[in-house]
Design a protein around this ligand. Structure first.
Ligand code: ATP
Ligand code: MG
Length: 572
């Protein structure tokens, strides 16, 4: 492509909306443009890289025996009502009505649609296993769209759905996808980890998230250097601290004027935070109860995923309670809430807090706490379960060594759905004995546009993007220092043609711009290799420079071209 006629607008300034490197560089390099919050368009260079990611995904999916189809983005509400997710999916779903008031949504995911296709067309064990996938636009009305392509409201996803006869089959299909994902993200040049994950709104049993390591990632990962533990912090089980035997003491009310936060209470009473019980108050919607009080040890943080899983409600059906409203109904007192005497609410206690002896808790009286509160003797709960968020240094749930925490970007996720959708929607087949069986399903997503952002997040410097060859919009940029110099123009043209005929994707910077501008743009765009044609063109000498290295070297043009061809072939 000749840059003189290319549609490209690079930006010198950092756009005000962009907070993280990938967002900044993709905008500055003219690869994406925002339409409205969370909705982006792809410009020519961004679209080329996006297509390359899609092609890698497509190749690996096809090689794994999956077959590509393309379903509509628009989906009828009835399918989601059948699976029970029309309500469960909540406000993230874009909903719409047609002219005769029939309800639809813009698909945030396609379990229902694929299950519907397969239940109507597959009826024999001979047609299984089956893995169908698509690369298609998804819609999610995210509460906080941000970071450009990372968390957007319209995005491109590869979603695949496997259908097997039984769990054994699903385990095989799952492993095939797991391996394909590993190859895909390696080919995309990402540094990533596959970690155990929660199954969230999708449902099902086992799941792994593929997470590109990055400080700006929204996923938190707990891992262990002594064993193979790697899980999202949402998912990671916590090990309870063990307490030394201690005689249970009598409860005693103490005045704690004005001390509400648990840190203040511990300080005021001069007790360790580990000897306190903290209350968190919630209101839930559309359930047969309205308020929830959660108790965990004062120094711990609540894991919201574990809480909604314990309550078996969707995430959107819970929020922090208004303390006054909740107090009027349940007897809690904001800042002084304890588990004793609470009524008309669901009480949940973390296992560790339930086992800890003689804790300080709120007295449900203004300016008052109670010493020596013990689970079982002084209060009980509706649910006692692990509700803690794992933190760095906590004991590894597998081996006991201290865990570490890191951050990453979830680029893909695989799920064993089991029969959640097939049972609800009647996706069945007849086995060898003509017995009707329920299909066992898996689903497998990759955020294609988010992967583009993750690649930039991991591959940039202070001058711009540094594309890995496999996903670079072009492999080589040939920069003409002076396009009006005949020797330079001719040599540039020769190299351009030569590389193109060898299958190399080349940009020829033949724009009427100063050399400084051209170099800055080449760095900003992140083309992996630059060949500069300048003053020594008459001698056939050019400058050869890799984007990721500081040094350049002079070479005869044909040697430079050969080196470029070799480099491109080796890295694809
Ligand atoms: P998240 O936890 O980040 O909201 P998710 O777990 O809801 O994502 P999945 O339903 O597993 O997402 O979707 C499959 C893939 O689609 C994700 O792994 C991610 O790469 C991508 N994805 C999900 N939501 C978005 C979004 N809002 N913008 C861009 N990509 C997304
Ligand atoms: Mg996910």
């Amino acid at each position: 492509m000749r840059m003189s006629s290319m549609y490209l607008k690079t930006l010198r300034e950092v756009p005000a909306e962009a907070e993280i490197p990938s967002h900044i560089w993709l905008l500055r390099a003219g690869m994406i443009r925002k339409l409205v919050s969370g909705v982006y368009g792809f410009m020519p260079l961004g679209f080329k890289s996006l297509r390359k990611i899609e092609e890698i995904v497509r190749e690996e999916m096809d090689n794994s025996g999956a077959q590509e189809i393309l379903m509509s983005a628009i989906q009828p509400a009835e399918l989601w009502q059948e699976s029970g997710r029309w309500y469960a999916y909540g406000p993230e779903m874009f909903r719409l009505k047609d002219r005769s008031q029939r309800e639809f949504c813009l698909g945030p995911t396609h379990e229902e649609v694929f299950t519907d296709i397969v239940r109507n067309e597959v009826d024999s064990y001979r047609q299984l296993p089956l893995n169908l996938y698509q690369i298609q636009t998804k819609y999610r009305d995210e509460q906080r769209p941000r970071f450009g392509l990372m968390r957007s409201r319209e995005f491109i996803m590869k979603d695949a759905y496997s259908f097997d006869r039984d769990w054994e089959g699903l385990n095989r299909s799952y492993q095939i996808m797991y391996d394909a994902y590993t190859r895909i993200f390696n080919r995309c040049g990402l540094t990533f980890r596959a970690v155990e994950a929660d199954t969230g709104a999708i449902g099902g049993s086992d799941s792994h998230e593929f997470t590109a390591l990055s400080e700006y990632g929204e996923s938190e990962i707990a891992y262990c250097d002594s064993c193979d533990l790697a899980a999202t912090t949402e998912r990671a089980a916590c090990v309870d601290d063990k307490y030394a035997e201690e005689a249970l003491l009598a409860m005693e009310e103490v005045a704690t004027p004005g001390t509400k936060a648990i840190e203040e209470v511990a300080k005021f009473l001069n007790v360790d935070m580990k000897k306190t019980l903290k209350a968190l108050l919630f209101e839930v919607f559309d359930q047969d109860y309205r308020f929830v009080a959660v108790f965990i040890r004062g120094d711990r943080e609540l894991n919201m995923t574990k809480l909604v899983n314990a309550l078996n409600i969707p995430e959107h059906a819970i929020q922090f309670a208004d303390e006054v409203a909740m107090g009027a109904e349940t007897g809690c007192v904001g800042g002084f809430t304890g588990p004793m005497g609470l009524h008309d609410c669901k009480i949940l206690v973390d296992t560790e807090a339930a086992a800890a002896p003689n804790l300080v808790a709120g007295a449900n009286k203004v300016d008052t706490h109670v010493l020596n509160v013990n689970y079982g003797r002084d209060y009980t709960a509706d649910i006692v379960t692990d509700l803690k968020l794992i933190k760095a240094g906590d004991a590894c749930p597998k081996c006991g060594a201290p865990v570490k925490i890191t951050r990453g970007i979830e680029v893909g996720q695989v799920f064993k759905l089991g029969t959640k959708y097939s049972a609800a929607m009647g996706a069945c087949y007849k086995d060898e004995n003509m017995q009707e069986q329920t299909m066992v399903m898996g689903c497998y997503g990759i955020g294609i546009s988010r992967t583009l952002a993750a690649i930039v997040e991991q591959n940039h410097d202070e001058d711009g993007i540094i594309w890995p060859m496999a996903v670079a919009p072009y492999h080589v940029i040939v920069t003409l220092i002076n396009k009006d110099d005949d020797a330079q123009a001719k040599l540039g043209e020769d190299i351009y043609r030569h590389l193109r005929s060898a299958g190399v994707e080349v940009l020829l910077d033949d724009r009427k711009e100063r050399p400084g501008v051209k170099f800055k743009d080449a760095d900003l765009l992140g083309i992996p290799l630059r060949i500069t044609v300048g003053k020594k063109a008459a001698e056939g000498v050019v400058e050869y420079k890799l984007r990721k290295e500081k040094e350049s070297c002079d070479m005869q043009w044909d040697a430079a071209a050969e080196a470029a061809i070799r480099l491109v072939r080796e890295s694809l």
